[in-house]
Ligand binder design. Structure first.
Ligand code: GLU
Length: 355
């Protein structure tokens, strides 16, 4: 070996070990699946509050953070480009199928999904319930558009790729990374409409943080997820998910929404009740009718912490409780439950395991 080449190789090895950078071909293979959201949004000026979400392509998101290439071998895949208030169950099924085939065919080691923040927690929970893989799947996004002052997207994307590339992330279920915090899919929710510190796990706290590109885990997520879940995307391919809707209770809430849902033939209703899953007299009457019509009802709460557990106030045998799942997450579990089970006992037992 020529002296100058030898020196170059030795210096590179030394630098890589000091900076903990692996040679390119040894870095984990991470696929970034882009779905839209504010992380791909653009405003007319850096100080303008309003903006268009879901405008940039995955290639542009990757170009904005060259340091991703020091962490992993990166590939991009544009699944869709939507604001996440427009997310649908059909997109969830496509997303889960793409992830399943990338892992099953050995095409990547970890996945980052960029996503709007409005429904990120729902997509994360759906994936957590149906992906039969131990490999990391990390959702991330941004609260500020890509060209906004103090845009948070690039740092979130970098952290998410670092987490997806880290062996410590294996077997922990689907996670989200926002503003340096790591959250378990079943546990987190959006708690601020505009601030970059927008996510929390109200009852459980984050499962870790990212520091200097390395995850520090405080604890494991709850045990029922991914490979331990009773559902698999492979069994959902030809299925239209059952129709399940959420109804909000409040002082004086009428029976109109529940009656309309019964007339429209929904298969399930989650009530986002007040307090410990309670609801108005009118809702109670219409819910009793829904149950008699064969609609599955889950009693949840609009309150951020504490969940709805068994045995408080008037809870009839014909109702299932959400546990620590938010109403929007209980809806997802009920949709999946109704693809497999048809008795209240079975669905109730399932919620007991997943809450
Ligand atoms: N509403 C848009 C969405 O959820 C933008 C919000 C965001 O991404 O932060 O995609």
């Amino acid at each position: 070996m020529k002296k100058s080449l030898k020196k170059y190789v030795l210096t590179t090895i030394l630098l890589c070990s000091v900076l903990q950078i692996l040679p390119a071909e040894n870095r984990p293979r991470i696929t970034i699946i882009a779905t839209g959201g504010t992380i791909a949004g653009i405003s007319s000026s850096p100080t303008e509050a309003s903006y268009d979400p879901a405008r940039l392509s995955v290639e542009v998101l990757m170009e904005q953070v060259p340091a991703l290439n020091d962490v992993a071998q990166i590939n991009g895949f544009q699944l869709c480009n939507v604001a996440s208030q427009h997310m649908t169950t059909a997109i969830w099924i496509r997303l889960a199928s793409v992830i399943d085939s990338l892992f099953s065919n050995g095409q990547c080691d970890g996945i980052v999904v960029t996503h709007g923040t409005d429904t990120m927690e729902e997509t994360a929970f759906f994936l957590d319930l149906v992906l039969p893989h131990q490999n990391p799947v990390i959702l991330t996004g941004a609260m500020r558009p890509s060209n906004g002052l103090g845009a948070d997207g690039p740092a979130n994307l970098f952290n998410a790729v670092c987490l997806a590339a880290d062996s410590a992330a294996h077997g922990r279920g689907v996670m989200a990374v926002m503003n340096d915090y790591i959250f378990a899919a079943a546990e987190f929710t959006k708690t601020h409409t505009v601030n970059p510190q927008a996510f929390e796990s109200p009852d459980h706290g984050p499962i870790g943080v990212i520091r200097g590109g390395k995850p520090v885990f405080f604890r494991s997520p709850r045990p029922v997820h991914t490979v331990h879940s009773r559902f698999s995307i492979r069994q959902l391919q030809q299925i239209v998910l059952p129709r399940v809707e959420v109804v909000l209770s409040y002082a004086g809430a009428s029976s109109i929404p529940v009656e309309a849902l019964i007339e429209n033939g929904v298969e399930g209703i989650v009530v986002a009740g007040v307090g410990h899953g309670n609801y108005s007299l009118d809702i109670e009457k219409s819910i009793d009718r829904a149950v008699r019509c064969g609609v599955f009802v889950v009693r949840g709460s609009r309150v951020l912490r504490g969940g709805v557990t068994f045995g408080v106030e008037s809870l009839s045998d014909s109702q299932i409780v959400s546990g620590f799942l938010s109403p929007q997450k209980a809806r997802i579990l009920l949709m999946l439950a109704l693809t497999r089970y048809n008795t209240v006992e079975q669905v109730g037992e399932l919620f007991g395991r997943y809450r």
